[in-house]
Write a protein that binds this ligand. Structure first.
Ligand SMILES: [Zn+2]
Length: 86
């Protein structure tokens, strides 16, 4: 299971974001989504790319894994919906 905004694995329930009623989100992590809303609703896909890249480099992820994650971002629910509406 992956966050549909930043592609981070959210298998651990403690990493999941929260809905308005306090339940855990099945789609987004706690860094992207709290109380039923995105923490940074105006974020662009390019900004998310930079954040993910920086985070993964900090965690010393292999470059090919980083690239895979970046390539998967446009297919995630958050960004798919964005490109559909604009
Ligand atoms: Zn996320």
């Amino acid at each position: 299971m992956f966050c549909q905004s930043c592609s981070m694995p959210i298998d651990d329930a403690g990493l999941r974001g929260t809905e308005k009623d306090g339940s855990k989100s099945n789609e987004y992590c706690l860094y992207c989504y709290v109380n039923g809303a995105f923490i940074n609703p105006d974020m662009k896909l390019d900004e998310m790319r930079n954040i993910v890249k920086t985070q993964m480099e900090k965690m010393h992820s292999p470059p090919n894994i980083i690239q895979l994650s970046l390539d998967s971002l446009p297919n995630l629910k958050r960004w798919r919906e964005k490109t559909k509406t604009t």
